[in-house]
Design a protein around this ligand. Structure first.
Ligand SMILES: CC(C)(COP(=O)(O)OP(=O)(O)OC[C@H]1O[C@@H](n2cnc3c(N)ncnc32)[C@H](O)[C@@H]1OP(=O)(O)O)[C@@H](O)C(=O)NCCC(=O)NCCS
Length: 181
């Protein structure tokens, strides 16, 4: 039995690392022969989910994709490689980081084209929340991502409260007839 199996309540980042490579086909591109942003987001979601599944070992759903930078276009015929791993686990949720590279198949040039952070939530087959194992960061980079993930969670929670408050204000102004339909 591996040390991880003997401590199922704690997993390493390495045990969650996942990778996917796709070739950009005509159906994936816009009029400029660049990979569609939505298609790239789909690849990111799928690769992120792989890391979350490896951590939670149960069903996971995407709760948010809260930060994504499209750094440069990906061209028709490029190979797109995505790598993901869990940055931090909370109670039922996990933050996953995904990094994307494009490779020009003729020149072999590889460039970093996008990065994203997603939150996945572990659920059972009835959609009930499930507790996830804790994550043990081991390297300095993993520790930095682990700390940053907590700051991003706090930022997300702050944003959620701000949006809820804004909705309540709009609803009360609507009720008072202050906003025209
Ligand atoms: C994500 C979902 C399960 C959360 O359920 P909920 O009843 O709102 O749960 P809670 O508010 O109790 O939050 C549960 C956890 O989810 C996290 N969470 C909920 N909404 C979130 C959001 N928008 N962004 C990030 N995390 C979120 C909470 O922080 C909490 O994490 P923790 O347990 O680690 O502390 C529910 O909103 C859902 O099913 N959404 C639809 C998911 C979906 O269909 N995705 C696309 C296809 S996979």
């Amino acid at each position: 039995m591996s040390s991880q199996e003997s401590h199922p309540g704690v997993r390493t980042v390495a045990s969650t690392q996942s990778e996917m490579t796709e070739i950009v086909l005509p159906n994936d591109t816009n009029m400029l022969a660049n990979l569609l942003g939505g298609r790239l987001m789909h690849f990111i979601d799928v690769t992120g989910a792989m890391a979350a599944y490896r951590h939670a070992r149960t069903h996971v759903v995407t709760a948010s994709m809260d930060h994504i930078d499209f750094i440069q276009p990906v061209r028709l015929g490029d190979l797109v490689t995505l790598k993901s791993s869990v940055n931090r686990a909370f109670t039922s949720s996990m933050e996953v980081g995904v990094k994307v590279w494009a490779e020009n198949t003729r020149t072999g040039a590889v460039s970093h084209v996008a990065s994203a952070y997603l939150v996945f939530v572990a659920v059972d087959e009835h959609g009930r929340l499930q507790k996830v194992p804790q994550l043990k960061p081991e390297t300095p980079d993993e520790m930095r991502r682990y700390e940053d993930a907590l700051l991003r969670r706090q930022h997300r929670e702050g944003e959620k409260k701000r949006r809820t408050k804004a909705k309540l204000v709009t609803a009360s102004l609507n009720d008072a007839g202050a906003i025209e339909p």
